[in-house]
Design a protein around this ligand. Structure first.
Ligand SMILES: N[C@@H](CCC(=O)N[C@@H](CS)C(=O)NCC(=O)O)C(=O)O
Length: 229
């Protein structure tokens, strides 16, 4: 099996965590990426197999998939244990919904913080305009934190075990921290859960590799990781 990933791809990291949790042997290739040129040149397997031209792409022999959610569902079917989805139909559906909430709803305000680690001179006016939008997005992120905090009341993970929803939500919040997003500490359930998730070896490796990639590729961000390293 081969995964086409990239050094700072949040969606490829979802798949990397799922592969590690399931102890599935998979070779990884990193597509080219820089903060200034983006995913350029596109990896040949991405161009060949993903009409959206995005990472991640999973190649399993003569079978190819793209999209992190579709790939993780395939991994679950291929190797059901340990499970990343709950068993009851309603809980499975809720888990998928939370994954979608992370990938689409939390991502929307998160994107507004992404200029913060792009290297290169920006005009003062351009920066001020982007920061105005970013500040508004931070308020939206705090509302997401509030919803997640309520979902996690009295729970170690979103469902009985660590799974796909935890992976997807964690990565969005980790990226929010990298980009100087709002503190999670006022949200006690969320904050405890965040510590629990980041202690998992699968997640700790992704954190370590992301920080190393940022040191090479990204500009430093004021207020990054204000809650903890
Ligand atoms: N819904 C897709 C999103 C994939 C995605 O946005 N990938 C980004 C990297 S994190 C990418 O390749 N962006 C390049 C582009 O969109 O041109 C998934 O879950 O895999």
């Amino acid at each position: 099996m081969k995964l086409i990933s990239a050094a700072l791809s949040l969606f490829a990291k979802k798949v990397e965590i799922a592969l590690a949790e399931k102890a599935i042997d998979c070779q990884r290739e990193l597509a080219a990426f820089s903060q200034t040129a983006g995913y350029s040149p596109r990896h040949p397997d991405v161009l060949a197999h993903n009409p959206k031209r995005q990472v991640p792409v999973l190649i399993d022999g003569d079978f190819v998939l793209y999209d992190s959610t579709v790939i993780i569902e395939y991994l679950e079917d291929l190797k059901p244990s340990p499970p990343l989805y709950p068993t009851s139909p309603r809980e499975r559906a809720r888990c998928r919904l939370l994954e979608l909430y992370a990938d689409e709803v939390i991502l929307a305000p998160l994107k507004e913080l992404m200029h913060r680690n792009e290297p290169g001179a920006k005009s003062r006016a351009d920066w001020a305009a982007r920061e105005e939008t970013a500040k508004a997005a931070e308020a939206v992120l705090e509302n997401c934190y509030r919803k997640i905090d309520a979902d996690l009341a009295g729970r170690n993970y979103f469902f009985s075990d660590f799974g796909a929803a935890d992976i997807a939500v964690y990565l969005q919040l980790f990226y929010a921290q990298r980009l100087g997003g709002p503190s999670m500490k006022p949200f006690a359930n969320l904050w405890r859960w965040y510590q629990r998730v980041k202690a998992r070896p699968s997640v700790a490796l992704v954190i370590k590799e992301t920080l190393a990639a940022d040191a090479k590729l990204s500009a430093p961000v004021d207020g990054a990781f204000k809650d903890s390293p």
